[in-house]
Design a protein around this ligand. Structure first.
Ligand code: HEM
Length: 318
């Protein structure tokens, strides 16, 4: 979680939160993010609670849960950063070299109502949540599956030894993406980890949708389940087994269209390329440089038990 949060904060806000540099990699940050995700389920059904929380003074939050101050501090920090970007733009100073998402949003043709400090800060927090917990979930689970099967671990390490003769020199992402076995591990990780397993509802507000012989009237909420799709026996025999070989067969490329862990279409994952780069670089580094083994960890530690992916309003318009 420290790794992915540092990457997304540096990438989006030109400022790493530095969790990797803190003792034990800031384990309390993982608890904060998990707590926020759990609370979001409550907020989804009792939305006024979110307003109550936002209105609470920081001293009260510190009293109730000191760890939550990390979230408050990030929010305050982002508000200060947005104000600095606005001031920078007004004075035509533009001193910051690495543009942030706030620069892009402020320079865009979005209506002014979408550019308030509060609105932009909330967008910043969404990016942190969307860009950290997701990639963590993928990495921790895929690393487990590779370590749990000595044959898979051996094949991956052998391929990486050839591609990275010097373990301290990491090839660029596009080279790693072309390694057949690492690529197969990436796809199998995408399948078995699901991304968001709950239904991500969509509404077409203006036009009716046509699906096979059915007409779905505009305004109807439609959704599908990644969890069920990724366990379709006909497409993925023995679906509960982590098997990268299913992506190495002659006609395996036809399976790719059924992988939906990043969702698809206009509201699919905005961070897919960043996530892929993080995943390829991290898997290559971890398995090339370290000899890891599982410790007091088994399948029950990675199997899905719940899904806290949620949205305040629950539904996305397409
Ligand atoms: C393995 C990692 C990741 C997975 C599995 C994943 C999965 C998803 C999924 C399924 C959605 C669609 C949600 C919905 O339909 O409501 C989504 C949306 C989104 N993701 Fe990711 N994501 C990952 C990493 C990232 C990263 C690194 C970022 C960094 C910016 C990111 C940013 C976003 C954003 C901003 C959206 C909302 C897009 C929109 O509503 O238009 N994601 N992601």
């Amino acid at each position: 979680m420290a790794l992915t949060t540092d990457i997304i904060s540096e990438y989006s806000f030109a400022k790493s939160y530095g969790f990797l540099d803190k003792p034990g990699f800031s384990p309390e940050w993982t608890k904060v993010m998990r707590g926020a995700a759990e609370a979001s389920m409550l907020f989804r059904y009792v939305p006024f609670l979110i307003e109550l929380m936002k209105a609470s003074p920081p001293w009260l939050v510190r009293l109730l849960d000191p760890n939550m101050m990390q979230l408050i501090n990030i929010k305050l920090d982002q508000e200060a950063q947005i104000k600095a970007v606005i001031a920078d733009r007004q004075s035509k100073n533009q001193s910051q070299k690495h543009k942030t998402i706030f620069h892009e949003l402020l320079e865009s043709d979005l209506p002014e109502s979408e550019k308030t400090i509060l609105r932009l800060a909330e967008e910043g927090q969404i990016v942190i949540a969307a860009g950290s917990s997701t990639t963590v979930h993928y990495l921790k689970s895929t690393i487990y599956f590779v370590l749990a099967d000595p044959a898979i671990l051996h094949r991956l390490k052998t391929e990486l030894s050839k591609a990275m003769p010097d373990p301290s020199v990491l090839p660029p992402t596009h080279v790693l993406e072309r390694l057949p076995y690492l690529n197969a591990v990436f796809k199998e990780g995408s399948r078995i980890n699901d991304g968001a397993s709950s239904r991500l509802a969509r509404i077409s507000p203006d036009t009716d949708l046509t699906y096979q012989q059915y007409i779905i009237p505009r305004g109807t909420s439609v959704s599908m389940s990644t969890y069920i799709q990724h366990r379709n026996q006909e497409l993925f025999p023995d679906p509960e087994t982590f098997n990268p070989d299913r992506w190495l067969g002659k006609d395996s490329s036809r399976l790719e269209r059924y992988l939906v862990n990043f969702s698809k279409g206009t509201r699919g994952c905005l961070g897919i390329n960043l996530a892929k780069a993080e995943i390829f670089l991290t898997l290559a580094t971890v398995f090339r440089r370290f000899d890891l083994e599982l410790f007091e960890t088994d399948r029950s530690d990675v199997d899905a038990a719940h899904d806290f992916v949620s949205k305040a309003k629950g539904i996305t318009h397409i």
